[in-house]
Design a protein around this ligand. Structure first.
Ligand SMILES: Nc1ncnc2c1ncn2[C@@H]1O[C@H](COP(=O)(O)OP(=O)(O)OP(=O)(O)O)[C@@H](O)[C@H]1O
Length: 480
């Protein structure tokens, strides 16, 4: 493994991309917010075994891929150092300086000698505020920064670097791609990036959101002669979003396209070659049996997982800056947002991921422009009363059950109420002994419940203690 180091803290870019194993992970400090916006996203990556990191106005050096390395500066950051001490169990202690500099950890003021954070807390990204002027994220890196820009795909942490590597690798092949990730995590953006980096970039990318196409329209929308998506793609990329909602018949037709490279346009007698690269996306696991498993095996030729934003907290600063720059590109300038508000953005768990972050930043900018005070609770619907960082392990079984009961047994709404993603909600449901999977309920019991509730699927789901979406899928399949 060769490293090109330019300072004691290995601040700058290196030709090495992947660091194998937890032991090889580096502790990294990423600038989330700084009075000089061009410094947002700069990093300092500590060498393994290099002892405590001393953090003050003059050290360590932070650098970006553009070159150059400089300390945080800023008179409100003390000369006395805040020390970051790594432990063998991958926890990190914060040892406070003697000065009276304000130090915050995850939005709360630190006092006394300091605190020790567990490995799990560091994995989630520690947000440190210094002197009321700078925000840093302390996190692990298993990739080193590299010049891997892909237009529009922002992020400085390992997950973003890995995503850009994968986009490049996947774009170099012509195999089907399955993009998996929570709503708003960037699946469509990744599909566009794959198309633009591929040999098909001069042909169109046609997108069909399967969730918004009526069941009867799905086949003509895709396979219609002349006007169907396959005909329009013409050597380009066909992106099928929310593939899990495609009707069974369409799934079977897609399988045939992948098997034979041909399709029969609706109403035609002869097959046509399908000159298309297929990229599909789903925000939930497709292994639940209701999706065509042969099709899934072919779609899984290449799988790209988009991590939720709460697992890449170190990217929040550059994303906020990106949304602010987009705003000033449209309106001429963007008002400043207070550091306390940015800190709330960096500490929130973002169930709606990057899309939700983008909308909240836009709402905040328009409120700031109108001279209104910025209240995080008012700008983020549903946040009131919910802790900033929801941990799945902390949600009791009763809370999961209550959320389902008060939301008509709809997974989507219950997940929103609990502030967790839909995939997390599926996991919570799977693990809950009192919640039944539709496949475990005898057809006779379902028929009896339907009869007892006059065919009302919502009330029937509540009586059977099973999620409403799965029951409705079951009823559609069985002609209910
Ligand atoms: N890494 C990123 N850098 C910049 N913007 C991003 C990034 N990831 C996502 N976004 C932005 O977030 C928004 C949501 O992304 P996108 O539509 O790709 O998500 P999605 O996973 O396809 O969502 P859904 O499942 O709801 O369709 C878009 O405006 C997109 O440009």
């Amino acid at each position: 493994m060769s490293l090109s180091l330019i300072d004691a803290e290995n601040t700058l870019a290196s030709p090495v991309c992947a660091l194998a194993g937890r032991a090889a992970q580096r502790l990294a400090l990423t600038i989330l917010w700084h009075p000089q916006p061009q410094r947002i996203g700069e990093q300092c990556i500590a060498a393994p075994g290099s002892g405590d990191i001393e953090l003050n106005r003059f050290a360590p050096l932070f650098g970006g891929l553009a070159g150059g390395a400089q300390p945080l500066g800023q008179r409100r950051i003390a000369r006395d150092a805040l020390r970051l001490r790594r432990h063998r169990d991958h926890g990190v202690s914060l040892l406070l300086p003697k000065s009276r500099m304000r130090v915050e950890l995850n939005g709360a003021m630190l006092a006394g000698a300091g605190t020790r954070c567990t490995a799990e807390q560091v994995d989630a990204g520690l947000v440190i505020g210094l002197g009321g002027v700078v925000l840093l994220c302390v996190h692990w890196m298993d990739r080193l920064p590299q010049d891997s820009a892909i237009a529009g795909v922002h992020g400085v942490g390992s997950a973003a670097i890995r995503l850009r590597e994968l986009i490049r690798q996947v774009a170099a092949t012509d195999l089907p791609v399955l993009l998996l990730g929570e709503a708003g995590s960037g699946k469509e953006l990744a599909a566009q990036a794959i198309h633009h980096a591929s040999a098909r970039c001069r042909s169109p990318m046609v997108t069909v959101n399967m969730a918004t196409v009526a069941e009867a329209q799905a086949a003509p929308e895709l396979f219609g002669a002349g006007t169907g998506a396959l005909a329009r793609v013409d050597d380009g990329t066909l992106f099928l979003d929310k593939i899990g909602t495609a009707p069974q018949a369409v799934q079977a037709l897609l399988l045939r396209v992948l098997k034979t490279g041909q399709y029969r346009p609706a109403g035609m007698r002869a097959n046509e070659p399908a000159r298309v690269r297929l990229v599909v996306a789903s925000d939930h696991d497709l292994h639940d049996g209701s999706f065509n498993q042969s099709l899934l095996r072919r779609l899984e030729a290449l799988v790209v997982r988009l991590p939720p934003l709460r697992e890449r907290r170190c990217d929040i600063g550059v994303l906020v800056l990106h949304f602010m720059q987009a705003w000033s590109g449209r309106t001429g300038s963007a008002p400043a947002l207070p550091l306390a508000f940015i800190s709330q953005l960096c500490n929130y768990d973002w169930p709606g991921n990057v899309r939700q972050l983008g909308s909240v930043v836009q709402r905040a900018l328009s409120a700031a422009q109108a001279g209104q005070p910025l209240a995080f609770e008012a700008l983020v619907p549903g946040v009131a009363g919910r802790p900033a960082r929801v941990r799945l392990g902390k949600l009791s079984g009763q809370a999961v059950l209550d959320a389902l009961e008060s939301n008509g047994w709809l997974i989507r709404n219950a997940a929103l109420a609990l502030g967790v993603s839909r995939p997390s909600m599926y996991k919570l449901i799977e693990e809950h002994p009192a919640i039944r999977q539709i496949g475990q309920i005898a057809p006779a019991e379902i028929a009896a419940a339907l009869a007892a509730h006059g065919g009302d699927a919502g009330r029937c789901a509540a009586a059977l203690r099973t999620p409403s979406e799965a029951l409705r899928r079951y009823l559609r399949r069985h002609g209910g």
